[in-house]
Design a protein around this ligand. Structure first.
Ligand code: PMP
Length: 761
C-alpha cells in the first residue's frame, strides 16, 4: 500500500493518510483518504486501445461534471495536468478520480421512492449527455451494448445449466423478433450504460451519484433505462412495478418515445442475458471471481420471473405509466362472435370463460387481458412453448428448402435415423405424416395390408384420431355423444383399469383382463388385423393399462395373426420419465408404433414406425405419398426436438420433477379424501376425483370446479375420463419444482374452499 501512497504523492501531489484496496474488475482500485477528502486511484494494464477508451471516458466525465460537481467522479489531473498517467515502465495506466461519498445501491434498502429517484437521476443525465459527442465512444464496440445483444448467442454454449441456457436463448430469440425489426427506429444516444447496484450512489434515500463510466456507449437511448431496471428489479416480488417506477420518473425528466417503451421489456431481458452470458463465460474460462459473477444469482431469478410476466402487460403498464395510450388491451372485436360466424360449433372451447391467447413462452402462456398462465396441460409443447432451438431450426429450414419425399435431402435421413435409434432394433422403418390421426389411419392400413385382414381390437375409452377410421376405432368417440356405435370390424376389449375396473389392485389384474380378451379374440381371431392401445389411456382418464396386460395379450394377438400397435401420441418421447416410450413400461415391443403431438413441439408431424417386414408388406404397388409428411422443415423441427430432449436431459427431468409432483399429489390426496387416485408417471399424471362418501362415484362437478378454479388462478389443465372427473396433468417438460409447488398450493386452496355443492353433488 505504501507503493500506492507514493504514487499518489509523487504523481498527483495528494497526501493520503490511508489507502484501502477496493474490488475491481478491469482495474486495481484503491481508496485514498486524507481527512474527509477521498479519491479512488485506478491502475489499468496498458494497451493503446485502453488508453483511447480511458481518454474518451475522461471526456465524458469532464462533460457531465461541467454541469455541476458532485454527482459523478471528478477527474484529478496529475502534476503534468493530465488525466491519465503512464507508469515509467509503460505497463500501466494510472488514473485518479474524486470519490462520491454515500452508500452504493446494493447496500441500501430499496423503496419505490428510491426507484423513482434513480429514474429521475438518469433522466437528468440523459439530458446532459444530449450535448456530448466523442468519436471514440461512438466507434467502440463493447459486449455490454444492448444494440449488440445477439452476439451473446455465441456464448450460449458456456451456460452449463440447461434451464438458464434455455431461458437466455429464449429471450435472445424474442429480442430478434421484437427489437431487431425496429432497431433503426430507436434513438441513439451517449449513455452511461451501467447503472447497476454497485455503481449507483445513494444518500438520504436519494440517488446522488453514478460512478464507473467504463461501459459508456453510443447505444439505444432506452438502454439507459433498461439497464437500470434490470438491476433495480432484482430480488423484488413485483419486478414490473419497480421498472414502472424507474421508467416513469426517467420519462418525467427525459421524455421517451412510444417505440422505445415498446421494446423495454425485451431490452431489460437482454441485459440480464448479457450478464448471464458474461458470468458463465467467465466461469468457463476459469475466471469466476466473485466480482465477475456478482449478478448471476439475481439475474437468473429475475429472468425466471420475467418469463412469467406477460410481455403485453409489461408494455401496457410501461405505456400507461408515462401517459401514452397503451392500445393493446383496448376494445377488440368480440372473439366469441367471430368464432361463431367462422367455425362450426362442433369445435369446443376450453373453460366457462374462454381464454384469448396472445403468446406463450416455455411453460407459460400469455392472454389478452395481461394474465400469465402456468401451462400444466399441453404435452404437445414437449420442450416448451416457442422453444428457441426448435423455433430456429424450423425458421432456418423454412428459409432454405421445403419439398417432399420424392427427392433426396439429408435432413430426411438424418432425422429418420435419429428417430429410429430411439427404438428397439427391429422397429426400423418410418412413414412420416402430419398428425397423430394420419398416423393411426396409416397404421391400420399398413396392418390390414400386411395381414390381409380387417378387424381391429381396441380398448374401451381409447381415442386414436379424427379421420373416419380413427373415429371408428375410438370407443371414446363412437360410443359417446354423436357417435354411431361400434362398427362390425371393431373388437372392443374392456379397459384394463385397476382403479374402477373389474380387476383392481391385484397382481394378476393384467393377466385376468388379458384372459378375458383372449376369449373375445377367439371369436374374431380369424379376421384380426391389429390390436391398438395407448400404454396409458389418456381420454379414458389417464389409466395405465394394468401391469402384465400387454405382456399377456401381445402373444395372443400375434397367435391370431394380428399385429400389435402402440399409440404413443400422448405418452411418447420421454414424458414418462423412467422410459422413453410407453410400451417399455409394459415390457413389450410392438409391431407398429403411432407417433404425433410432441414429436414436432407443436409443428404438425406424425409418424408410423414399424418393422422392415411389415413396411414392405404394405408396398403392394400403390404408392404411399404425403405432400407434407417428412418435408425438410418438419424433419428439421423433429430433429431439433430430439436434440433438445438429449441436450437438456428432459427425460430425466420429467422423472425427477414428475416424481416430485406425484409425491406432492399423493400427499394432497391424504388431506383431501375427494382425491380417489393419483396415477401415471413422469409428467403424465391423472388425479381421479370421487364424490366423498359415495365409493368411487366420479367427482365430475368437483373436477369442473377445480379446472375452472385453477384457470381463474392462472393454471391450465383439463379434465377427462368417462365421468369427466380426472384431472389431466401433462405440462411441457421444462416444468419446474417451483411450478409444481404453485400448482399444489392452488389445488390445496381450492380443495379446502370448495363449497357444499361441490362436495356433495
Ligand atoms: N392418438 C391419441 C392417443 C391422441 O390423444 C390423439 C389426439 N388427441 C391422436 C391419436 C390424434 O392426434 P391428432 O390430433 O394429432 O390427429
Amino acid at each position: 500500500m505504501e507503493h500506492i501512497s507514493d504514487l499518489a504523492k509523487g504523481l498527483y501531489n495528494l497526501q493520503p493518510d490511508a489507502v484501502k484496496k477496493l474490488d475491481g474488475f478491469e482495474s486495481e482500485n484503491y481508496l485514498l483518504s486524507a481527512g474527509s477528502k477521498k479519491w479512488v486511484l485506478k491502475i489499468y494494464p496498458f494497451s493503446q486501445e485502453k488508453m483511447k477508451l480511458l481518454e474518451a471516458e475522461n471526456n465524458m466525465l469532464d462533460h457531465v461534471n461541467s454541469y455541476g460537481p458532485g454527482a459523478f467522479p471528478g477527474l484529478v489531473k496529475n502534476v503534468m495536468d493530465r488525466g491519465l498517467t503512464l507508469s515509467p515502465d509503460h505497463r500501466q495506466i494510472i488514473r485518479v478520480l474524486s470519490y462520491i461519498d454515500g452508500e452504493v445501491w446494493a447496500n441500501v434498502e430499496p423503496s419505490p421512492g428510491l426507484h423513482r429517484s434513480l429514474g429521475a437521476f438518469l433522466g437528468r443525465l440523459s439530458r446532459i449527455l444530449q450535448h456530448f459527442n466523442d468519436d471514440g465512444i461512438r466507434a467502440r464496440e463493447i459486449h455490454w451494448d444492448l444494440a449488440h445483444s445477439l452476439e451473446n448467442r455465441g456464448l450460449l454454449q458456456n451456460i452449463k445449466d440447461q434451464e438458464i441456457r434455455r431461458l437466455v436463448h429464449y429471450f435472445l430469440l424474442q429480442y430478434e423478433e421484437h427489437v431487431l425489426p425496429v432497431r433503426y427506429q430507436l434513438r441513439m444516444a451517449y449513455i452511461h450504460n451501467d447503472a447497476n447496484d454497485w455503481n449507483v450512489v445513494v444518500k438520504d434515500k436519494e440517488v446522488i451519484g453514478l460512478i464507473d463510466f467504463g461501459d459508456a456507449a453510443y447505444s439505444f437511448q432506452i438502454s439507459e433505462v433498461a439497464v437500470a431496471c434490470a438491476y433495480a428489479a432484482m430480488g423484488h416480488k413485483n419486478p414490473l412495478k419497480v421498472c414502472v417506477d424507474v421508467l416513469s420518473a426517467y420519462h418525467s425528466e427525459f421524455p421517451l418515445e412510444p417505440i422505445e417503451v415498446d421494446v423495454l421489456y425485451h431490452l431489460i431481458a437482454a441485459r440480464l442475458c448479457h450478464s448471464l452470458c458474461a458470468s458463465w463465460t467467465k466461469k468457463a474460462m476459469g475466471e469466476d471471481t466473485e466480482y465477475a459473477i456478482v449478478s448471476e444469482v439475481g439475474a437468473t431469478s429475475l429472468l425466471q420471473q420475467w418469463l412469467s410476466i406477460n410481455p403485453w402487460k409489461a408494455r401496457h403498464d410501461f405505456q400507461n405509466s408515462i401517459g401514452l395510450s397503451p392500445g393493446i388491451f383496448e376494445a377488440y372485436p368480440n372473439p366469441t362472435e367471430r368464432r361463431k360466424k367462422l367455425l362450426s360449433s362442433a369445435l369446443s372451447i376450453s373453460y366457462k370463460r374462454p381464454i384469448h391467447m396472445l403468446g406463450a413462452a416455455l411453460q407459460y402462456m400469455y392472454d389478452r387481458e395481461g394474465n400469465t398462465y402456468l401451462d400444466a396441460y399441453n404435452n404437445i409443447m414437449l420442450t416448451g412453448h416457442c422453444h428457441p432451438w426448435v423455433v430456429e431450426a424450423g425458421q432456418r429450414m423454412l428459409a432454405r428448402l421445403n419439398t417432399n419425399t420424392r427427392y433426396h435431402y439429408d435432413i430426411l435421413y438424418d432425422y429418420g435415423e435419429q428417430l429410429l435409434s430411439m427404438f428397439p432394433a427391429g422397429l426400423n422403418r418410418v412413414f412420416f405424416v402430419n398428425s397423430g390421426s394420419a398416423a393411426t389411419d396409416l397404421a391400420i392400413r399398413v396392418a390390414r395390408e400386411y395381414t390381409g385382414r380387417k378387424k381391429v381390437a381396441v380398448v374401451q375409452h381409447g381415442y386414436h384420431g379424427n379421420t373416419q377410421l380413427g373415429i371408428d376405432i375410438s370407443h371414446y368417440k363412437y360410443n359417446h355423444k354423436g357417435g354411431h356405435g361400434k362398427k362390425d370390424f371393431v373388437v372392443e376389449l374392456d379397459l384394463p383399469d385397476t382403479f374402477r375396473g373389474k380387476y383392481r389392485n391385484t397382481d394378476g389384474a393384467g393377466v385376468n383382463y388379458a384372459a378375458e380378451a383372449r376369449e373375445l379374440l377367439k371369436l374374431h381371431g380369424r379376421d384380426l388385423a391389429a390390436f391398438i392401445a395407448e400404454p396409458i389411456v389418456g381420454c379414458g382418464g389417464q389409466i395405465p393399462l394394468a401391469p402384465g396386460f400387454l405382456k399377456a395379450l401381445y402373444p395372443i394377438v400375434r397367435s391370431h395373426g394380428g399385429v400389435c400397435i402402440s399409440d404413443e401420441v400422448q405418452v411418447g418421447f420421454g414424458r414418462l420419465g423412467h422410459v422413453f416410450w410407453g410400451f417399455e413400461m409394459h415390457g413389450v415391443v410392438p409391431d407398429i408404433v403411432v407417433l404425433g403431438k410432441p414429436m414436432g413441439n407443436g409443428h404438425p408431424i406424425g409418424a408410423v414406425v414399424t418393422t422392415a417386414e411389415i413396411a414392405d408388406g404394405f408396398a403392394n404397388g400403390m404408392e404411399f405419398f404425403s405432400s407434407f409428411g417428412g418435408n425438410p422443415v418438419s424433419c428439421a423441427i423433429g430433429k431439433a426436438v430430439l436434440d433438445v430432449l438429449a441436450e437438456e436431459g428432459l427425460q430425466t427431468h420429467a422423472r425427477v420433477v414428475g416424481g416430485y409432483l406425484k409425491d406432492s399429489l399423493v400427499r394432497l390426496a391424504r388431506e383431501h379424501p375427494s382425491i380417489g387416485d393419483v396415477r401415471g408417471s413422469g409428467l403424465f399424471l391423472g388425479v381421479d376425483l370421487i364424490r366423498e362418501g359415495n365409493g368411487l362415484e366420479p367427482g365430475t362437478a368437483l373436477a369442473g370446479y377445480l379446472k375452472n378454479g385453477l384457470r381463474d388462478r392462472h393454471i391450465l389443465l383439463s379434465t377427462d375420463g368417462p365421468g369427466d372427473n380426472v384431472l389431466k396433468i401433462k405440462p411441457p417438460l421444462c416444468f419446474t419444482r417451483q411450478n409444481v409447488d404453485i400448482l399444489i398450493e392452488n389445488m390445496d386452496h381450492l380443495l379446502q374452499n370448495k363449497s357444499y355443492e361441490e362436495k356433495h353433488q
